[in-house]
Design a protein around this ligand. Structure first.
Ligand SMILES: Nc1ncnc2c1ncn2[C@@H]1O[C@H](COP(=O)(O)OP(=O)(O)OP(=O)(O)O)[C@@H](O)[C@H]1O
Ligand SMILES: [Mg+2]
Length: 382
């Protein structure tokens, strides 16, 4: 909603309400004073009239406030209608061409994307391949377009220019705009950077991964085990029926990392062949993080396509292919070794800077930290 439009409307109606109520009550009190002074109205009746004037002024003010609220709600309604229209124009058709079976890879070709209302594109001429059985990593600075690209690959955003293809084993392909929406979404699992945290039970928070099917508790438990959160949930006093929000009966407060594991369990529960995970380990402790990355690699070995967005470049070392984004463009791509061999490359620079924090890289001497401290004279002597 356009905040300024709303604020202006509120200020205007408040002014009108104040003015009407003020002028009306002033006029009434004036007439009353004249009638009392003239002797045409007994004092007792005048007292009653004062009460009546005050009551009706309050009611008039309340009426104008109600009109104000109605106008405000109408603005929200108009915005909702606009949002539904824009979403309809940018959505995959509900009954399109079936996807090839089985799908071998998803491929973006020369994709550009500009958010509605944005001045400049968030993705520019991006081409990437996401094959099954592999881990494809997307890395880059904040705001370089990684999350936008995962949403384009997942079919949640349609490219402004360029195409996204779903390719089958024998090379047959369907463009995402013409594909069947239900089939695309059924094939995709997305663990978003800001995934929703529902004020519901732990079981519902996992099973909502496939919200349109009856809950399968065996699968919920398996997904939770894979996400390393099973013991935690089953150890709660109310187990899977615990509401994972404080303030409710049976409510518990989960930590950020525990929520992230629950989110991973939700995306695992979908068992989708294409899994896109956006910063899945940002809140995890080192051991949990290693286990989470190992889990992703074993999913790829089972034949899933895994897209991993991460700033933890130690994890991308083992990715099958890495795309480096910068200001919406893919500026480098290859394996870790290929990218590290590019002298002065963006990936090499990021990796070296991160590794230097642990004193592992040649540039470590330039960064502060315990590993860079020169041994003291005392230590040198001993
Ligand atoms: N809903 C939106 N509407 C308008 N612009 C957006 C929207 N979401 C993202 N952007 C813009 O698109 C660009 C790319 O954002 P994106 O979230 O894809 O970056 P990112 O690489 O995932 O960053 P990070 O590492 O911080 O998660 C940014 O300039 C951002 O401001
Ligand atoms: Mg992001």
């Amino acid at each position: 909603m356009e905040q300024r439009r709303l604020a202006r409307a509120q200020a205007f109606t408040d002014l009108v309400a104040g003015a009407i109520a003020g002028v009306a009550s002033l006029a009434c009190y004036g007439v009353l004073w004249w009638l009392l002074a003239d002797g045409g109205l007994p004092l007792a009746v005048g007292g009653t009239a004062v009460i009546a004037i005050r009551t009706s002024t309050a009611q008039l003010t309340s009426l104008v406030q109600q009109v104000n609220r109605l106008y405000e709600e109408l603005l929200f309604l108009t915005d909702t209608e606009d949002a539904i229209k824009v979403a309809g124009e940018n959505a995959i058709p509900s009954s399109g061409t079936p996807l090839p079976s089985p799908v071998r890879e998803v491929r973006a070709e020369a994709v550009s994307f500009t958010y509605p209302g944005a001045r400049s594109p968030s993705l520019r001429n991006v081409s990437v391949r996401v094959p099954r059985g592999k881990v494809t990593a997307l890395v880059g600075a904040n705001g370089s377009g990684k999350t936008t690209l995962t949403k384009v690959l997942a079919g949640l955003l349609l490219p402004t220019e360029g195409t996204v293809w779903w390719e089958g084993e024998s090379g047959e392909r369907v463009e995402v705009r013409e594909a069947d929406r239900a089939q695309v979404f059924a094939a995709v699992g997305l663990l978003a950077q800001d995934f929703p945290r529902w004020e519901m039970t732990a079981a519902a928070n996992v099973a909502i991964g496939i919200g349109d099917r009856p809950r399968d508790m065996d699968r919920v438990r398996k997904a939770a085990r894979d996400a390393d959160v099973l013991d935690l949930i089953e150890g709660l006093p109310h187990g899977w029926d615990s509401i994972v929000f404080k303030g409710y009966e049976r409510g518990v407060q989960l930590s950020g990392g525990q929520w992230q594991k629950l989110g991973t369990a939700r995306s695992r529960y979908r068992q989708a062949p294409f899994l896109l995970v956006d910063e899945p380990t940002s809140a995890l402790d080192p051991h949990a993080e290693i286990a989470a990355f190992q889990g992703l690699w074993s999913l790829a070995q089972e034949g899933h396509a895994v897209v991993l967005v991460t700033h933890r470049l130690a994890a991308t070392m083992n990715a099958d292919h890495i795309y480096v984004l910068d200001q919406g463009r893919v500026v480098e791509d290859g394996t870790h070794d290929q990218l590290m061999a590019r002298e002065g490359g963006l990936y090499q620079g990021m990796f070296t800077a991160q590794a230097a924090q642990y004193g592992l890289a040649p540039t470590a001497g330039t960064l502060p930290g315990p590993r860079n401290v020169q041994p003291s004279e005392h230590e040198s002597a001993s």
